[in-house]
Design a binder for this molecule. Structure first.
Ligand SMILES: NC(=O)c1ccc[n+]([C@@H]2O[C@H](COP(=O)([O-])OP(=O)(O)OC[C@H]3O[C@@H](n4cnc5c(N)ncnc54)[C@H](OP(=O)(O)O)[C@@H]3O)[C@@H](O)[C@H]2O)c1
Length: 313
C-alpha cells in the first residue's frame, strides 16, 4: 500500500473517515473528495504532512473527479444519502453519479475500484433507496467490471446514525418506537470492519469475488437491538409497536425537517430483513473477523447513560 495513490469520494462521511485513516496508516497517498472539504480538516492529521489532499467537489462534478482520479491506483466510492432533497436524489447520487465515476475511473486507468452499496439492493424493492443502490451496482459493473461491491448491513460505530439516534430519543422520550413491528432482523456491522473490508478489497484479498455482503457476528431483531441499546445506556423505556399508518404519518411529517429522523422510504426498507444472504461471501472471505456489538457500543453510548447508572462491564 505504501506510496499507492487512492482517491476516496465521500471521505468526510461516517465510513469514509475510517477508510482514510486505515489507508493513511498503510502509507497510501490519498485524495479525499467531499462537498465541503473546508469542514473535513479532521482528516488531515490522519496522515503525515502532504499525505492527504482534501478536494472540494460533488461526485457529479466531472472536472473535479477527473482531476482527483489522475494517477490514482485505486478509487473508493463512499458516497451515499439516506433521504432525497433537491439535486440530492437517490437516482442521481446512487445510480447515475456512481456509474459515471466508474466510467471515469476506467478511462483514467485506475487499477481497482471499491463501491459501497447496501444489503437489500434490489431492483424490485418497494424502497427507492434499495432500487437506486441496485441500479448503481449495475452501472458500476458495466463500466468497471472488476469493481468490488460491498454491501454492508446497518453500520455501527461512534458516529453512527442508528444507535446514536435511538439513544438520543431514549434520553427524552418515555418510550421507543418499534418500527416495522420490531421483528425485522438486522446484522449490524462495525464501521472499522467495513473500512478493513475496503482496504482488503483494494488489496485484492477476495480474489475473483466481486460482491460481498458485510454483517456482524450477531443477527438480532429491531426489538432486540433496542433492548441491547437500553441495557447499554442503563435506561428503562417502553418499547411500543407503532401502527403502520401512524409510523407513515410521523415519517411524512419528519420529511419536512432539515434532517429527517425517519422517512417513509426508510419504513419500507425496515419491512425487509437486513442480513447477509445465505452463502454470500462476506467479512471472513476478506480475512476479517467481525467485531461484536457488545465490545463497541459501551465505548460510545456512555454519554447517553442515566446520571448515576452503573456502567456495564
Ligand atoms: N451507515 C450505514 O449504516 C450504511 C449501511 C449500508 C450501506 N451504507 C453505504 O455506505 C456508504 C457510506 O455510508 P456512510 O454511513 O459513511 O454515509 P455518510 O456518513 O452519510 O457519508 C456519506 C458521504 O457522502 C458524501 N456525499 C453525499 N452526497 C454527495 C455528493 N453529491 N457528492 C459528493 N459527496 C457526497 C457526504 O459528504 P457531504 O454530504 O458532507 O458532502 C459524506 O462524505 C454509502 O454508500 C451508504 O449508502 C451505509
Amino acid at each position: 500500500m505504501r506510496d499507492r495513490r487512492v482517491t476516496v469520494i465521500g471521505a468526510s462521511g461516517f465510513l469514509g473517515r475510517y477508510v482514510v485513516r486505515r489507508l493513511a496508516r498503510q502509507g497510501a497517498v490519498i485524495a479525499a473528495v467531499s462537498r465541503r472539504a473546508g469542514d473535513a480538516g479532521y482528516l488531515k492529521p490522519m496522515g503525515d504532512v502532504g499525505q492527504i489532499a482534501l478536494i472540494d467537489g460533488d461526485i457529479g462534478q466531472e472536472d473535479v473527479i477527473r482531476a482527483a482520479l489522475a494517477d490514482a491506483d485505486g478509487v473508493v466510492n463512499c458516497v451515499g444519502i439516506l433521504w432525497q432533497r433537491g439535486a440530492q436524489s437517490f437516482e442521481r447520487v446512487h445510480h447515475q453519479a456512481a456509474g459515471r465515476l466508474a466510467e471515469l475511473a476506467a478511462a483514467a486507468g485506475v487499477g481497482r475500484m471499491v463501491h459501497l452499496s447496501a444489503i437489500g439492493a434490489d431492483p424490485g424493492s418497494p424502497a427507492a433507496y434499495a432500487r437506486s443502490k441496485a441500479a448503481g451496482e449495475d452501472a458500476v459493473r458495466r463500466a468497471f467490471p472488476d469493481a468490488v461491491i460491498l454491501r454492508p448491513s446497518i453500520v455501527f460505530g461512534p458516529e453512527d446514525q442508528f444507535f446514536n439516534r435511538f439513544a438520543e430519543m431514549a434520553r427524552f422520550l418515555p418510550l421507543l418506537p418499534l418500527l416495522g413491528g420490531g421483528a425485522t432482523r438486522l446484522q449490524p456491522v462495525y464501521v472499522g470492519d467495513v473500512a478493513d473490508a475496503v482496504v482488503a478489497a483494494l488489496d485484492g484479498v477476495g480474489g475473483a469475488t466481486r460482491l460481498f455482503e458485510l454483517g456482524g457476528p450477531q443477527v438480532l431483531t429491531f426489538r432486540e437491538a433496542m433492548e441491547l441499546l437500553l441495557h447499554e445506556i442503563g435506561r428503562r423505556r417502553m418499547l411500543v409497536a407503532v401502527p403502520a399508518g401512524l409510523a407513515r404519518l410521523m415519517a411524512y411529517i419528519g420529511e419536512y425537517l432539515p434532517e429527517p429522523p425517519l422517512t417513509r422510504d426508510q419504513l419500507l426498507l425496515l419491512e425487509r430483513d437486513n442480513v447477509v444472504s445465505a452463502g454470500m461471501p462476506g467479512l471472513p472471505e476478506l480475512g476479517i473477523a467481525p467485531t461484536a456489538l457488545e465490545l463497541v457500543l459501551p465505548t460510545y453510548l456512555d454519554r447517553f447513560r442515566r446520571p448515576g447508572a452503573l456502567t456495564t462491564a
